[in-house]
Design a protein around this ligand. Structure first.
Ligand code: FAD
Length: 396
């Protein structure tokens, strides 16, 4: 496989590098692997630091937030291959675009694709990060099997009345709007009775209860709806056609994520090699074999991602990309385990001033557990690959 960039793409890369040199704040340059850079209060509830909000707005204003979009939506009309260059540069340098992905990656694209004129006008603020959005999909009885969601919305005059509960709703305690999936026709087949509503988080009857994860931080929440009245004009897309929007929303979430996944793995393996040298383990045959095996998998995934991209850029499908989420998230977990093994007994040192890289790998170990759950679990992704990529029959 030959990877070569056109002169235009290289000029694009140079423009981006110059922009980053001039504008990227130091806090964004420090971001690495799985450690969320958001801040948490004494109660564990996270907040978006001021630098991150300014940085997202700065990217938008200079056309670097979603490069494929036109300038009024925070982009610069970049081609698909320039967009790939963009992801390579940003993720290779470990620079995040935003600390709350729902607005630019899920709500914005869904509003633009399915919204009325008025709803589309909400998109720029969602992408710029001026409005924080959350996505109300999962429920206590509907996670992997999203189509079994039961939060109910009944039409009464010019309003929908919503009752039910969502769970694992990222950033619900900070959000001012929710893209919420509700059941509007309980008698229709499961996929056909779902609609998407835009719900203001300060509507009476809506209650947010933060949920702490094992790191002690609360990045997601339970959201309860008790007779929450939502204007009928807040229906996004057609009534009972919300399933199409959920599919689009998840696709938006995944697009480009493979580059990020591979870049995280690449940075991890580079840092692991440096740590092995530092700790005098680089001549240990067992460690050398483990490092080499994981390195080969990182390089293999990079090649697979580019192969898929080449077929996508030529108008074809890219089944390779279905594999990337499972493969990179599981590889991230194995890399962190190796980094912890290299530390031996000193792994138990919890004082950030004395532990390896300030305790970065210990924190990563906790964070990376979520990588094989959020956005679709590994088991469910494997089912999707089996059925849609390999054409195998549905399991019973
Ligand atoms: C960090 C993080 C952020 C999240 N943010 C959001 C958010 O903003 N909004 C939102 O709506 N949701 C969010 N989620 C929820 C996430 O989408 C769900 O956790 C995920 O879809 C799995 O659903 P579940 O937790 O109900 O597990 P379940 O679906 O109950 O699955 C439990 C176990 O059974 C396995 N399983 C289920 N079905 C099958 C099957 N058919 N075949 C084989 N195995 C199966 C699963 O793989 C899993 O191991 C977030 C999750 C995480 C970890």
């Amino acid at each position: 496989m030959k990877l070569a960039r056109s002169a235009d793409d290289e000029a694009f890369r140079k423009r981006l590098a110059e922009f980053l040199e001039e504008h990227c704040p130091p806090e964004a340059r420090l971001s690495n692997d799985f450690i969320a850079s958001s801040e948490a209060g004494d109660d564990g509830v996270v907040s978006i630091p001021c630098w991150a909000r300014k940085w997202q707005a700065c990217l938008f204003d200079h056309g670097w937030m979603v490069p494929g979009y036109p300038p009024e939506l925070g982009g610069c009309n970049a081609t698909p291959s320039q967009t790939l260059v963009y992801f390579e540069e940003m993720t290779g340098r470990g620079i995040p675009r935003s600390l709350h992905f729902v607005g630019y990656a899920i709500a914005g694209p869904s509003l633009l694709e399915f919204g009325s004129d008025e709803q589309r006008r909400l998109a720029p603020a969602a992408i710029r990060g001026d409005t924080i959005w959350c996505a109300g999909m999962s429920e206590p009885g509907a996670g992997s099997d999203l189509a079994s969601l039961s939060t109910r919305a009944e039409r009464q005059g010019d309003e929908y009345v919503v009752n039910g509960q969502k769970v694992w709703t990222s950033y619900a305690m900070l959000a001012s709007k929710c893209l919420c999936y509700v059941r509007t026709d309980p008698d229709a087949p499961r996929h056909e009775g779902i609609s998407a509503l835009i719900i203001d988080m300060d509507t009476p009857g809506l209650e947010v209860r933060p949920l702490r994860d094992i790191s002690g931080h609360a990045e997601f929440a339970e959201v309860f709806f008790t007779d929450v009245r939502v204007p009928a004009a807040n229906l996004l897309g057609e009534l009972n056609r919300g399933w199409q929007i959920t599919i689009g929303a998840l696709a938006h979430e995944r697009s480009g994520l493979w580059v990020e996944g591979v870049a995280i793995c690449q940075r991890s393996i580079d840092d692991i090699v440096a740590m092995a040298r530092r700790r005098g383990l680089d001549d240990d045959p067992v460690i050398r074999r483990r490092v080499a095996e994981l390195y080969a998998r990182v390089r293999g995934l990079r090649a697979l991602g580019y192969k898929g991209f080449a077929s996508f850029a030529q108008g074809g499908s890219a089944p390779e990309h279905s594999l990337m989420k499972v493969a990179t998230s599981e590889l991230q977990q194995e890399l962190v385990e190796l980094a912890l093994d290299l530390q031996g007994a000193s792994l138990a040192v919890t004082d950030p001033g004395r532990s390896e890289e300030g305790g970065r790998w210990q924190r990563s170990f906790i964070k990376v557990l979520a990588a094989t759950i959020g956005g679709g679990t590994s088991e469910v992704q494997r089912n999707v690959i089996a059925q849609r990529v390999l054409g195998l029959p549905r399991g019973s």
